[in-house]
Design a protein around this ligand. Sequence first.
Ligand SMILES: NC(=O)c1ccc[n+]([C@@H]2O[C@H](COP(=O)([O-])OP(=O)(O)OC[C@H]3O[C@@H](n4cnc5c(N)ncnc54)[C@H](O)[C@@H]3O)[C@@H](O)[C@H]2O)c1
Length: 255
Amino acid sequence: MTSPFDLTGQVALVVGAAAGGLGEQAARALAQAGATVAAADLALRKDDLAATAEVTGATVHEVDVTDETSVSALFADVVTRHGRLDVVVNAAGVMLRKAYDQTSLEEFERVIRVNLTGTWLVGREAGRTLTAQGHGGRVVNLTTVYAERVGPVPESAYYSSKAGVANVTRSLASELGRHGITVNCLAPGVFYPTQMTAALGADPERLQWFGDRTMLGRLGDPDTDFAGPLLLLASPASSYMTGQVVYVDGGWSAW
Ligand SMILES: NC(=O)c1ccc[n+]([C@@H]2O[C@H](COP(=O)([O-])OP(=O)(O)OC[C@H]3O[C@@H](n4cnc5c(N)ncnc54)[C@H](O)[C@@H]3O)[C@@H](O)[C@H]2O)c1
């Protein structure tokens, strides 16, 4: 019997796939499950993207998720090169750790543009592409454990954007469900280290606090704790799940 996690014959696009982040881990998991992977990130992350491609056999694609022409071109390129598309994972994102009254309008809008508008743009193009093909598909977005609450560190732009990601996910799920396309998001707690969380290394006490604050008493390990939940949402194993926020947070949100 074929495993419900098997992705043999499927093409998976990972956006935000440069090495060192959760996108790289997604690309590794999808490739291990048998998918052909297309890895995309900003042009300035070219070398790190090549590193992901080397370990996964992925094709490499440049994209800026804040630019709709770039996002459309990405999907056209992937379909031209691979002939089909089945799974889209959007792991692109930015973080801004700043007090609300130190955050400029430009900074706030930049975070919203990448995290929220970018998720919507990638989701819109994913929906159009998968609907046109007519064989269903899976879209997986990345929010955070702070999708429906906030944390103790001042990150108002980030928290605002990620709450939006949860409802972009639900909205697209409701419009795409009849086409056999599922749209879900993962809500990680603190996964350390990635490019986004690397700065926490300079603050060992806070790092320790984050780990202690979880039920499992530790931080998430990008190498071992992310692949399983990602594969669940990206594979036939989740065929009757859509519009969901799945917490991968060591129990942080369950206290
Ligand atoms: N690491 C964690 O603890 C954690 C926790 C909760 C949520 N997340 C979320 O997971 C996702 C991945 O985070 P990560 O920790 O791997 O961080 P990361 O910084 O390693 O990955 C983010 C990726 O997005 C890319 N990116 C940024 N702006 C882009 C743009 N305009 N267009 C295309 N790509 C762009 C970056 O180049 C980078 O490769 C993010 O959405 C983040 O908010 C991470």
